[in-house]
Design a protein around this ligand. Structure first.
Ligand code: TYD
Length: 207
């Protein structure tokens, strides 16, 4: 417990899930709840809006082809730059809620055929989050949400089979000893309020 007048370091919370799982919505709901309780919080995401994140997004949007190795290196490099910002926020006592971080690379880049250990090594300079929350929405629900947004089958990862594969690889990453902080799996097919409540409850030990 911190003494009065002492600044408390922020917490680093990562939201993970398949495309369409609802991580962006849940990040916003979590940040709003933290703010309501007077906890300073910054919402952030990967790929970032920085130069490296823009290259990664050109690939995920299907605008440009890049080799899987190049994609993995770009996400890892984007993450190094992102981590500098995250660290500064945490040191200033701000909580950081990131939409995706290391686990996304472990799931999506290995789904492109890259060795898990290589992707892990590329990311070994990233920061360990206080918690990684996996919003585990079924592939069927993700596909339905992506289709409703006109985002189904528009990028290289949006196909149902690719989502199925990414889910299995997420689970593999969570079963590994990669430092991802407190691991929380939340059933994602419930209503957005129910999912938000489950995330909030899971974070109680960190508040
Ligand atoms: P997403 O998070 O859904 O953002 P948006 O809704 O703005 O498109 O998409 C990011 C995509 O990038 C998603 O398909 C997962 C992929 N990705 C990786 O392949 N590796 C990574 O390390 C990260 C952070 C994302």
């Amino acid at each position: 417990m911190s003494r009065l007048g002492e600044s408390t370091p922020g917490r680093f919370i990562v939201l993970e899930g398949l495309d369409g799982a609802g991580t962006t919505t849940q990040g916003a709901l979590l940040a709003a709840r933290l703010l309501e309780r007077g906890i300073p919080v910054e919402l952030t995401k990967e790929p970032t809006d920085g130069v490296l994140g823009k290259i990664a997004r050109a690939f995920t949007d299907g605008v440009t082809h890049l080799e899987p190795e190049t994609v993995a290196l770009t996400f890892a490099a984007d993450r190094i730059e992102h981590t500098v910002e995250i660290r500064a926020l945490l040191e200033a006592g701000t909580w950081v809620v990131s939409d995706r971080y290391v686990a996304s690379s472990l799931a999506y880049q290995t789904s492109q055929g890259l060795p898990f250990e290589w992707v892990r090594t590329l990311n070994s300079r990233a920061m360990e989050p206080d918690a990684t929350i996996f919003v585990d929405t079924s592939v069927e629900a993700c596909v339905a949400r992506l289709a409703a947004r006109g985002e189904f089958n528009t990028g290289p990862f949006d196909q149902a089979a690719a989502l199925e594969k990414a889910r299995a690889l997420y689970l593999q990453a969570f079963a590994s000893d990669v430092p991802l902080g407190r691991l929380v799996e939340i059933a994602g097919d419930a209503s957005r309020e129910q999912v938000a409540d489950a995330i909030w409850d899971a974070l109680a030990p960190l508040r």
